[in-house]
Design a binder for this molecule. Structure first.
Ligand code: WT7
Length: 651
């Protein structure tokens, strides 16, 4: 460990760069850097050309209508996402190409060709219709990573229903709130999912949520784990029974380009999750082109994206982008360390994956486990690697490059968000000179800047500021579901007419972007967005808690860990049992991903005179740094006491 840290420090001093390998460049879709200038000259023409690669039932009349902050793309155009992901390939040799190669956690396998996918999606679309789901209705999906999950998404898209996927690791309460916000009519779930040999009780959680979700009329349950204790209640049906006599044909609904395709909830700076709304035409154009160019997708590729479809990465780069491009994707139900710590590498070897797209938190975990696990397998099929979810530190980048990529594969460090729909800042592997930990440049047709507090651009090499996107892009969120005011407020109010990402960033002299993490009250734990407010609300919900302040504490593997400062109500005493109970309480309210790593009990929290908790000072304490500016503190003695208590509890 010691040695490699020294190597990295040296590398940073050298500012090592990695130009594209000649052979890669020659065969790449994009191998002429002029594309950046061309696209910048006329972004609308650039995106219109990309839109030509999709199949439209009716061509658009106008590329873009921009009344900030309201965007419409490909106005008047009609298309269907499921048609573009499936039907159009049936007219070609791809009909019998593997669309999804799926591996379950226990090692079971299923391969669905595009023809198979067409059959399953059409049948399930008919099931949805039979259950009364109509165009525009919302369908909540709470499922493990099994083929029925993408089938459900595409079936919704086929009939014009709006899917709202809730990650299977979320709690019953989180599911309930998302169902109610979207007013979903139908819930699709499973009897359970596998996680490290144990059953995740999805149906049990769903039933708990369903006690308080009056909008749900019916529930469809996939039998995944075969748990005999799972039974059906009223208006609940087994997937396989409904599918048995579902008709094979279901014509795709011609959707307006601006019709809603899905809602996906993500954390913001308040306790209430934001329902990010994506529409059909622009989103599909954005994910299809970015997937093709950034991952340099060819028909021979086997694309392995390790994300869960419960997150936007899975929506855009397991389902819509890859399938629209007619790609073979590998989908995996399990975790990287079950049954052993070589599972991903076993999968790469077994299916000869050519492209791997994963997260920095996973890469740092693999580093800790050691090289012996990847070394057990032949990874020579890989030709390109991707990273997403948080900044990748140089040490992890170099490890990924050497140990997984064999110093042969370019790495695309892709920056984007649930809101952006598709990748916005990234290398293009055939032309970009890579720098470990830089996400390189805005994708062609995307205009991004780094600005100071007043909104003035910071010149390259001059320092860090707010990352903003200064022109609309096709896959951008259109609004927050049922909350247009919050959409304006959260993204467009700090710098009018400009999209605020919430991330800090610097641009170096070559114009390369270096992402610096969130600057708002949002944590990034293992690439997942969690709002400090959500965790605080969950803590305060417990009878023992008077007040709570949550911060992100640097963590070697997760990037950030949830750390909570808690004051107790009268009559309650700090204890490690209570701390454990509070951790469990948060996991129950939100899900295991939000469980605090540590809870620190304190008599007071540092506050401003207006009563705002100064999380910045708590972060300083937790990171063991000198305290920043304390002049606005109402009671300066609080913080000194807290600091000394915290430090003695750490040692
Ligand atoms: C936030 C968005 C986009 C899919 C996964 C996360 C961080 C994402 C990178 C990257 C540095 C990154 C940002 C962003 N992030 N990719 N390559 N380098 N930071 O989606 O949950 O909407 O989170 O993830 O902070 O704002 P999300």
């Amino acid at each position: 460990m010691e040695k490699s840290t020294q190597t990295i420090a040296a590398l940073l001093q050298e500012e090592r760069t990695f130009p594209p390998p000649k052979a890669f460049q020659q065969q790449a879709w994009v191998n002429d850097p002029k594309i950046y200038e061309q696209a910048a000259k006329n972004p609308e023409a650039f995106w219109a050309k990309a839109a030509e690669e999709l199949d439209w039932f009716k061509r658009w009349e106008k590329v873009l209508e921009w009344n900030p902050p309201w965007a419409k793309w490909f106005i008047g155009g009609k298309l269907n996402a499921s048609y573009n992901c499936i039907d159009r390939h049936l007219k070609t040799w791809r009909r019998n190409k593997a669309a999804i190669i799926w591996e379950g956690e226990p090692g079971d396998e299923r391969v669905l060709t595009y023809q198979d996918l067409h059959r399953e999606v059409s049948k399930f679309a008919n099931v949805l219709k039979k259950l009364g789901v109509k165009k525009g209705d919302r369908v909540a999906i709470y499922m493990p990573m099994i083929p029925e999950l993408p089938i459900a998404l595409l079936a919704c898209a086929r009939i014009g229903a709006v899917h709202s996927v809730v990650f299977g690791g979320f709690s019953a309460e989180a599911l309930r709130d998302r169902i109610n916000d979207a007013q979903a009519k139908l819930l699709i779930t499973a009897d359970g999912g596998w996680r490290r040999g144990q059953v995740v009780p999805l149906k049990k959680n769903a039933d708990e949520a369903l006690k308080q979700t009056p909008s749900i009329q019916n529930t469809v349950v996939v039998r995944r784990v075969g748990d005999p204790s799972v039974t059906l209640g009223q208006n609940q049906y087994w997937w396989h029974e409904l599918m048995r006599d579902a008709p094979l044909e279901c014509p795709p609904e011609p959707m307006d380009s601006e019709d809603m395709l899905f809602i996906l909830y993500t954390s913001g700076t308040t306790g209430k999750p934001k329902g990010v709304v994506h529409t059909t035409g622009g989103y599909l154009v954005g994910v299809t082109l970015t997937h093709k160019w950034i991952f340099d997708i060819k028909d021979e590729d086997v694309f392995f994206c390790t994300a869960d479809i419960g997150w936007v990465t899975g929506h855009s780069y397991i389902v819509y982008g890859p399938l629209a491009n007619g790609t073979t994707v590998v989908m995996f139900e399990g975790v990287p360390d079950y049954p052993d710590k070589d599972r991903f590498w076993a999968i790469v070897e077994k299916y000869r994956a050519t492209i791997l797209y994963t997260a920095p938190t996973a890469i740092r975990t693999f580093m800790r486990w050691g090289e012996e696990y990847p070394k057990r397998h032949d990874l020579s099929s890989l030709r390109l690697l991707g990273s997403v979810g948080e900044p990748i530190n140089p040490e992890a980048w170099i490890w990924y490059y050497k140990v997984i990529g064999g110093e042969r594969c370019p790495i695309v460090d892709t920056w984007w968000q649930t809101e952006t729909g598709h990748i916005l800042i990234t290398p293009l592997p055939g032309i970009s000179t890579l720098k470990p930990a830089s996400a390189n440049k805005p994708f062609p047709g995307i205009e991004a800047k780094v600005v100071d507090e007043a909104g003035n651009p910071i010149s390259p090499g001059a320092g860090a500021g707010y990352l903003v996107i200064t022109k609309p892009w096709p896959g951008m969120l259109r609004t927050l579901y049922n909350d247009p005011e919050r959409y304006k407020q959260a993204y467009w109010s700090k710098f009018p007419g400009v999209y605020l990402t919430g991330d800090g960033c610097k641009i170096d002299k070559d114009g390369d972007f270096w992402l610096l993490g969130r600057i708002d009250d949002v944590l990034n734990v293992s690439g997942h967005r969690i709002s400090t407010m959500e965790v605080e609300s969950a803590l305060v919900d417990h009878q023992a808690v008077a007040e709570a302040a949550v911060i992100g504490k640097s963590h070697d593997v997760k990037g950030q860990a949830v750390s909570a400062f808690v004051t107790l109500r009268a009559g309650y005493k700090p204890s490690s049992e209570l701390a454990d109970e509070l951790k469990k309480h948060v996991a129950k309210k939100i899900g295991a991903i939000a469980r605090p790593d540590d809870i620190f009990f304190t008599a007071e929290l540092p506050k401003t005179r207006s009563g705002k908790i100064m999380r910045r000072l708590l972060r300083d304490i937790a990171e063991g740094r000198a305290l920043g500016d304390t002049t606005t503190l109402a009671d300066p003695t609080v913080i000194a006491q807290l600091k000394s208590q915290y430090e003695s509890s750490e040692s």
